[in-house]
Design a protein around this ligand. Structure first.
Ligand code: NDP
Length: 277
């Protein structure tokens, strides 16, 4: 039986084993998928043991995405630009590092939420790992403009400068939150970790275009502070990041197994469970 796992610290909360078990059942793939707790100073050793025991691939979560990047012997373009790896695949050539988070986000937006990105005004809030991972797939979706706003302005500038070479056809801006005043956006994506502390980025009034979508990469059993603030601002289309989680898992599954699972039933099941929690 081919073995896969999600590796992190902590890891007990991870939904990935359930998601991948559902994908395997649905596609008739014979595989095992477990949760692997690595000691904070033992990522490489844990990966090596898993691989030597016949492991075929890993999903990598907090706090090991940078170590996974360093461990990979070759990387996809989206992993190279993200500077972080959330998917490892072991093969005869070594260790391939991929990053499926941004592709998962774009797929959730475009396919699941029917929110096109091409030629639209996109605002990305935050300049940490999640924002960096999303930038290449977002730019490849061809928005008219992509504005990156962050609490620490210098980080927003550094990130937009690093991605300017991929922005053909898209106007790429860096901003503070206050600097957004007077502008409007069709799609606003919260990639800050403010929701983890029940806070919302301090956005000026009037930034949501009519029919705009407000998206929070975070998910949980209750509405995030960012989505609540967007709802209070009159936004009608709102989504958390549960679909992104499932879509990034599907991207990893497709890389490993060469078959793309249907995500809708798995998303519906996890959504029901979150609502009941
Ligand atoms: P990082 O720690 O790398 O970055 C944090 C970012 O949030 C920085 O830009 C920081 O700004 C900003 N920030 C933190 N607190 C506040 C605040 N109170 N107000 C405004 N800005 C704030 O985190 P990640 O990028 O790894 O993760 C961000 C979010 O994305 C998390 O909520 C995570 O759960 C989610 N995520 C979801 C995924 C999914 O599959 N759905 C996948 C990956 C991430 P500054 O630079 O000024 O410090």
């Amino acid at each position: 039986m081919d073995r896969y796992a999600v590796i992190g610290h902590p890891i007990a909360h991870s939904k990935s084993p359930r998601i991948h078990a559902a994908f395997a059942r649905q596609t008739g793939q014979q595989l095992e998928y477990e949760a692997l707790l690595a000691p904070l100073d033992g990522f490489v050793d844990t990966v090596t043991q898993f691989r030597e025991a016949g492991g075929r691939g890993l999903n990598v979560t907090v706090p090991f995405k940078l170590e996974a990047f360093a461990l990979a012997s070759r990387r996809t373009d989206r992993a190279a630009t993200a500077g972080a790896v959330n998917t490892l695949m072991f093969d005869a050539d070594g260790i391939l590092g991929d990053n499926t988070d941004g592709a998962g986000l774009v797929r959730d937006l475009v396919a699941n939420l029917q929110c096109p990105l091409a030629r639209r005004r996109v605002l990305l809030l935050g300049a940490g790992g999640a924002a960096r991972g999303a930038l290449l797939p977002l730019l490849q979706a061809g928005p008219a403009s992509l504005t990156l706003a962050n609490r620490t302005e210098a980080k927003a500038h550094a990130l937009t400068d690093a991605f300017r070479q991929y922005a053909a056809g898209t106007t790429l801006h860096a901003s503070t939150f206050a600097g957004l005043a007077g502008q409007q956006f069709d799609v606003v994506i919260n990639a800050t970790s403010a929701s983890l502390s029940a806070e919302a980025p301090p956005l000026p009034a009037g930034i949501y275009a009519p029919d705009a979508l407000a998206y929070d990469m975070m998910y949980g059993s209750s509405e995030t502070a960012y989505l609540r603030a967007a709802r209070d601002a009159g936004v009608k289309h709102l989504s958390d990041g549960l679909g992104m989680l499932i879509e990034q898992a599907a991207e990893s599954f497709a890389l490993w197994r060469g078959v793309r699972p249907h995500t809708a039933p798995v998303l519906a099941e996890l959504r029901r469970e979150l609502a009941a929690a």
